[in-house]
Design a protein around this ligand. Structure first.
Ligand SMILES: Nc1ncnc2c1ncn2[C@@H]1O[C@H](COP(=O)(O)OP(=O)(O)OP(=O)(O)O)[C@@H](O)[C@H]1O
Ligand SMILES: [Mg+2]
Length: 330
């Protein structure tokens, strides 16, 4: 990081404030001192913000000009970021889906792009999406793709910091995460949302869990932020039944059919040459019922066999020998 950039960063952060920012600033100052940049370290010290609690009563909400530098929402006691920010350019977005599922993903993306036009007619774009389906078939990848296609950074909720051991704080933390999404447009991602959205009926919790579910229902219902909210689960039957109608789109991401399996295999080995006797149809038949991630695993393993055997071409036998080695995940 060059000196000018560091100074600008510190100046901008000063407007946001927050204990976490102070810690980051201290680290950078220490680092600069270690490198022998004492003059710069002293200047930075002068510019560094004081350690005020982020999101605490009376904290300033960041203006649009420094939204990107706004502090992450923190849980009340543990000073831990409640969301992990995945910048737009680090999002994966290439995926292979059956045409009917692909078109539903595209409909969400197109509606988001046309949200203002829809609003002119009193209509709302689908901005609350629940992805469900078997493991390893693209729920998390699908969430990244939606964030990527809508041009939003992904804010992935960190349930480890969200769930507080202090009674009453988990629901409060959840609210802080949604409040933050109101201030900073993002694709808010609740991966494995069953962690907090399990049915209130199924369990005998007398603790905070039912309150957390109620809070989630309320926050989803009131969600009017500029961005989108995506939840994912592979145990949809365990979710609270009231959750489903809070989403504008409940989208199943299914196991790949034979056509998708063949495409996944071809795409995964596209960097190596494939022998003329390879039968994609036969391989797809052998792999029917597997998850996408297993298919990718087989293709990668086949390509590695060829490369490690100093062969320039991957053959049918490489694929077939890789299938029994699958450590099944779904
Ligand atoms: N539809 C897809 N197209 C291309 N690759 C896919 C697809 N689905 C899964 N994969 C591959 O499998 C990996 C795992 O997928 P992902 O993490 O999205 O699964 P998931 O549905 O979220 O599973 P889990 O329920 O275990 O969280 C991806 O990183 C990608 O390599
Ligand atoms: Mg996942």
């Amino acid at each position: 990081m060059n000196a000018t950039l560091l100074k600008r960063l510190f100046g901008a952060l000063q407007k946001g404030q927050g204990r976490d920012i102070s810690v980051v600033c201290e680290r950078i100052i220490e680092d600069q001192r270690r490198r022998g940049h004492n003059k710069l370290a002293t200047e930075l010290e002068r510019l560094a913000p004081s350690g005020e609690h982020v999101g605490g009563e009376g904290s300033r909400s960041p203006g649009p000009e420094n939204r990107a530098l706004a502090p992450l929402p923190l849980s009340r006691r543990e000073v831990a970021a409640l969301v992990q920010v995945i910048p737009h350019d680090q999002l994966r977005h290439y995926m292979i889906l059956p045409p009917s599922v692909e078109s539903r993903f595209m409909r969400i993306e197109k509606e988001y792009a046309a949200r203002t036009r829809l609003a002119n007619f009193g209509l709302r774009a689908r901005t609350r999406v629940l992805l469900h389906g078997p493991p390893g078939c693209g729920k998390s990848l699908g969430a990244e793709r939606l964030a990527w296609a809508t041009g939003l950074p992904m804010h992935k909720v960190r349930f480890d910091s969200l769930i507080s051991s202090y009674f009453g704080e988990t629901a409060g933390n959840l609210r802080r995460v949604f409040d933050d999404a109101e201030r900073r447009p993002c694709a808010l991602f609740l991966d494995e949302c069953d962690t907090i959205a399990r049915s209130r009926l199924e369990r005998n919790d007398v603790g905070e869990a039912p309150r957390v579910v109620n809070m989630l229902l309320q926050l989803l219902e009131d969600f009017r932020a500029e961005g989108i909210v995506i939840a994912a689960t592979n145990v949809d039957e365990a979710l609270d039944p009231a959750i489903f109608r809070r989403f504008d789109e409940v989208l199943e991401v299914p196991r790949p059919g034979r056509g998708e399996i063949a495409r996944l295999l071809k795409t995964t080995v596209s960097a190596v040459e494939v022998g003329p006797t390879v039968s994609w149809n036969h391989l797809a038949e052998l792999l029917e019922g597997c998850s996408c991630s297993e298919v990718v695993q087989v293709a990668q393993s086949a390509a590695k066999r060829a490369v490690m055997g100093n062969r320039a071409v991957v053959e049918q036998g490489d694929f077939e020998a890789s299938i029994p080695e699958l450590h099944r995940v779904a």
